[in-house]
Design a protein around this ligand. Structure first.
Ligand code: GDP
Length: 474
């Protein structure tokens, strides 16, 4: 009650009496039910949206794992890069050539993720939907599952706009990158030129004294692919990836579909614990008992531990990619929560969390826990983007640092909007607008896009917002 009152800038007594008029007797420190919250906020002209975190709250908090229960797990890898630079070829090559000891033939099924065992016995899990859009869409839903990103760059081409985007998206997520300089079999390939272009973006590869690993490869012919995978393992070692396999499983939904013969088919990636046939699973707002479990080769399995992708049969619907899943001791608990979530979702109709806008900025700063202002900047020419970027970063104060998490030339794209949603960033366009699809997505995700044609106007707005003085945009 107290918190809600202060958020709405009214006195707690007013909230208490609003509750009273709804027939709910409350005190200052009481927690309000979701539907009461909605009605009371509405009284004062506010709209409440529940974030995924609020929905999760209905699920009891998990105990943190004890250090001695943790064991190493395989790294989870996403491949990104500019179109035609070889993402699919790279994933295909690994899928087809790396077979579990004793098995012949590669993986033929597409289930959204696959796990390979290398000759030295170590394992790597690849997410099989390449590209930064899928990666960031998951992140926008609160699911960060990737440990390492492979950025594929064709060495017979240049660092392209989508390469830059992919790098920004990986960096915004704080996920380490490994650069695959692809197509080195081509006579006109020039990997040094790419290293040079990367260094101009402050990305220095190891050969040049930096700390970003890179590997020349040919995804088409398989040259040096082993070395690339070794570098993935080396990076994984540095990350010390661990999980506790000895508990009820939880993880993330990778994809889901309805199969005529088998019912709902859901691919999930176990993050910790072990998933078993017969477990009761809650995934997003769907639930069910695991009737069967299959690996990426279509083979039945009885259990799956951390970092292992599995396809399960038995859910009562298709959850959304990025939904978290969890196993429950008994079916009733899973069912109750699933129903509750469905209700909450219906109430809020859209499921997005409230994103940052410039108007909101001053308020969040006043609340005191706001430390970083993320900005995505797109403009019509390189020079003005650079100038604006420098000046915006110059607005950083001791309390708040202004980070340009992505900047580029060209109109505002869907992937920019997704990045803004995932990183709670402000979108600024300078002499550019959002494309139609990007605009639709921004409306849906409630991301504000500010466009300017005068540099100082943009600077002034951000500055004023940081000082909490921006008058709301009409
Ligand atoms: P994606 O759009 O990034 O997924 O790129 P693809 O994997 O579809 O590759 C685009 C084109 O480049 C295809 O025609 C591939 O055969 C070709 N290609 C990919 N990797 C290599 C390589 O290492 N060498 C050569 N010569 N061609 C490649």
């Amino acid at each position: 009650v107290g918190e809600l009152a202060s958020l709405m800038n009214v006195s707690p007594t007013e909230v208490i009496s609003a509750c009273f008029s709804l027939g709910v007797m409350v005190t200052m420190n009481q927690r309000l039910e979701a539907d009461t919250l909605l009605l009371v906020a509405d009284e004062f002209g506010y709209k409440i949206e529940f974030s995924d975190a609020d929905l999760e709250e209905s699920v009891a908090e998990e105990e943190p794992d004890l250090e001695e229960d943790l064991v190493p797990r395989a790294p989870i890898v996403t491949v990104m890069g500019h179109v035609d630079h070889g993402k699919t070829s790279l994933l295909d090559y690994i899928r087809k050539t790396n077979v579990i000891a004793g098995e012949s033939g590669g993986i033929t099924q597409h289930i959204g993720a696959y796990n390979v065992k290398l000759e030295n016995g170590q394992r790597i899990t690849f997410l099989d939907t390449p590209g930064h859009e899928a990666f960031t869409a998951m992140r926008a839903r609160g699911a960060q599952i990737t440990d390492i990103v492979i950025i594929v760059i064709a060495a017979d081409d240049d660092v392209m706009p989508q390469t830059k985007e992919a790098i920004s998206h990986a960096q915004a997520a704080g996920v380490p990158m490994i650069i695959a300089l692809n197509k080195v079999d081509k006579p006109n390939s020039n990997p040094d030129k790419i290293r040079e272009q990367l260094s101009a973006m402050n990305i220095l590869v190891e050969e040049w004294g930096g700390n970003v690993q890179s590997q020349e490869v040919s995804a088409k012919f398989g040259n040096n692919m082993d070395q690339l995978l070794e570098k993935v393992l080396l990076q994984a070692e540095m990350l010390e990836l661990k999980a506790n396999p000895n508990k009820l499983a939880n993880g993330v939904v990778i994809e889901a579909s309805l199969d005529k013969g088998r019912g709902y088919v859901t691919t999930m990636l176990v993050q910790s614990g072990t998933l078993k046939v017969g477990d009761y699973v809650l995934a997003g707002k769907n639930h069910g008992k695991v009737k069967a479990m299959l690996d990426e080769r279509g083979k039945p399995m009885q259990e799956a531990g951390p970092s292992i992708p599995v396809t399960i049969l038995g859910l009562d619907g298709a959850p959304t990619a990025g939904d978290k899943f969890r196993v429950f001791e008994d079916e009733r608990e899973a069912k109750t929560i699933a129903t509750k979530r469905e209700q909450l979702q219906r109430e809020q109709s859209i499921r997005t969390k409230k994103h940052l806008t410039l108007d909101e900025l001053g308020r969040r700063i006043a609340l005191g826990d706001f430390k970083e202002l993320n900005i995505i900047l797109k403009g019509d020419v390189d020079g003005s983007v650079e100038a604006l970027s420098d000046q915006l970063q110059g607005l950083s104060t001791e309390e708040i640092s202004v980070n340009i998490i992505h900047q580029g030339v060209g109109q505002i794209t869907e992937s920019d909007v997704l990045l803004a949603a995932a990183s709670d960033a402000i979108m600024i366009g300078f002499n550019v607008r959002a494309g139609a699809n990007a605009k639709d997505l921004a409306d849906k995700e409630e991301i504000e896009i500010r466009t300017y044609s005068v540099i100082y106007a943009a600077i002034d707005d951000v500055k004023e917002a940081m000082e909490g003085m921006l008058s709301p945009e009409i």
